[in-house]
Design a binder for this molecule. Structure first.
Ligand code: PSV
Ligand code: MN
Length: 388
């Protein structure tokens, strides 16, 4: 069996992956949302489910909120509830994509009333962060246009910068803003923050507390995502990851499911660039579980990230450097592939057990009776969904 060195294990022990509250709600495609028995009816129940993932894996100590989906009257109570269950509240995600007013834009809108409203929403999100103790405000904008000539793309960039400056000015000393990019959807002709370069340009002129968020599903097929990871780490501007995987577009499937090798390559650059267990680089999931059970879906996800991190840590750096220096093309590639093909699962299972965790968190969850219990308890009320 492959053994993992004490150095690798202590690095893995420090790993933390934030869970998205919306992963625990019902979700689907535009064709159908399939409800599941036991789905949370409010943010308190979502956090209880997220805490279950952490209890079995010790990998997910924080939960991200999405506002207004996770609006509650008392954030101090929500924070206490989370802490009682052994987790903390994490990133606050703004939402300017579901209000009638934002049909033609929010932070980029030419109508000053609407742009003001969108800026104010972000200021309200920072109020929530103050109450929850969250550090990061994550902004993803569903803004753009569908037809050439529909909008003045240049004016929208200028207004975006002005809006972000106003939001940035409200951040506390220990708070940050991360700007997420996505190459298309819901707009199909142009998107106001389509790529890492635009996000970088926008946040670079704000200051040190503004960083780029890289969602792995937000790139065109064939994009070398690990190159972007390398570059943003090199520039000191990789603020966070939204991990998920995609076959076609923004599929939001389980990270590492579609292309485990890509996840390995990304984590290899994270390790190489000093981004692992670096407080500046938050690891988050941004996923939806449309047909599979949500809690096991999240357990599988954090385990996938852990397994691929372990493999990335197994790369023989000295041998790789030597092969690269010698222009040994196939030798260098073989060093990388040796690490990728190493099955670390038995060693991780043994290590988990040694720390009082279940060797197989998926099996432990199935045996725990948690799912039948919430299915029985959570009757009545309205189930939360993606968008509620
Ligand atoms: C947009 O597709 C996105 O990736 C953003 O992070 C949103 O906040 C999230 O999905 C909502 O699911
Ligand atoms: Mn995302």
């Amino acid at each position: 069996m492959t053994t993992l060195s004490p150095e690798i294990l202590s690095t893995l022990q420090a790993q933390a992956i934030e869970l998205p509250s919306w992963a625990f709600g019902n979700s689907g495609t535009r064709f159908r949302v399939f409800p599941t028995a036991g789905t949370p009816r409010d943010p308190f129940e979502k956090i209880a489910d997220a805490a279950e993932v952490n209890r079995l894996t010790a990998l997910a100590p924080t939960v991200a909120l999405h506002i207004p989906w996770d609006l509650v009257d008392d954030y101090t109570a929500l924070r206490r509830h989370a802490e009682d269950l052994g987790v903390k509240l994490g990133t606050v995600n703004s939402n300017t994509f579901q209000d009638e007013d934002y049909k033609f834009g929010a932070l980029t809108h030419h109508d000053e009333r609407i742009r003001r409203k969108a800026i104010d929403h972000h200021l309200a999100c920072i109020d929530v962060m103050d109450a929850t103790g969250s550090r990061d405000l994550k902004i993803w904008l569903a803004e753009g246009s569908n037809y050439p000539g529909q909008n003045d793309m240049r004016g929208r960039q200028d207004r975006l910068q002005d809006s972000l400056q106003q939001i940035y000015a409200r951040l506390g000393d220990d708070q940050r803003l991360v700007l997420e990019y996505k190459f298309f959807e819901p707009s199909f002709y142009h998107t106001d923050v389509p790529d890492w370069g635009t996000s970088y340009a926008q946040v670079a002129s704000l200051g040190d507390k503004a960083m780029v968020c890289l969602d792995t599903g937000h790139h065109a097929p064939g994009t070398n995502i690990e190159f972007i990871v390398m570059q943003l780490l090199r520039l000191g501007k990789l603020g966070s990851f939204d991990f998920n995987s995609r076959f076609y577009a923004d599929d939001d499937l389980i990270v590492g499911a579609a292309d485990p090798f890509q996840l390995f390559r990304i984590l290899t650059e994270v390790v190489r660039g000093g981004g692992l267990n670096n407080p500046d680089v938050a690891f988050m999931l941004d996923q939806c579980h449309n047909i599979e059970d949500k809690i096991p879906g999240q357990i599988r996800s954090v385990l996938n990230v852990q397994e691929m991190t372990a493999r990335a840590l197994l790369i023989d750096r000295q041998a790789l450097d030597a092969a690269q220096q010698a222009n040994d093309v196939l030798g260098a590639n073989a060093v990388l592939m040796d690490a990728f093909y190493t099955d670390v699962r038995p060693a991780l299972a043994e290590w988990r057990e040694s720390r009082g965790l279940p060797a197989d968190p998926m099996a432990a969850f199935a045996a725990s009776g948690y799912l039948p219990r919430i299915a029985e308890e959570r009757v009545g009320g309205t189930q939360a969904g993606w968008g509620a």
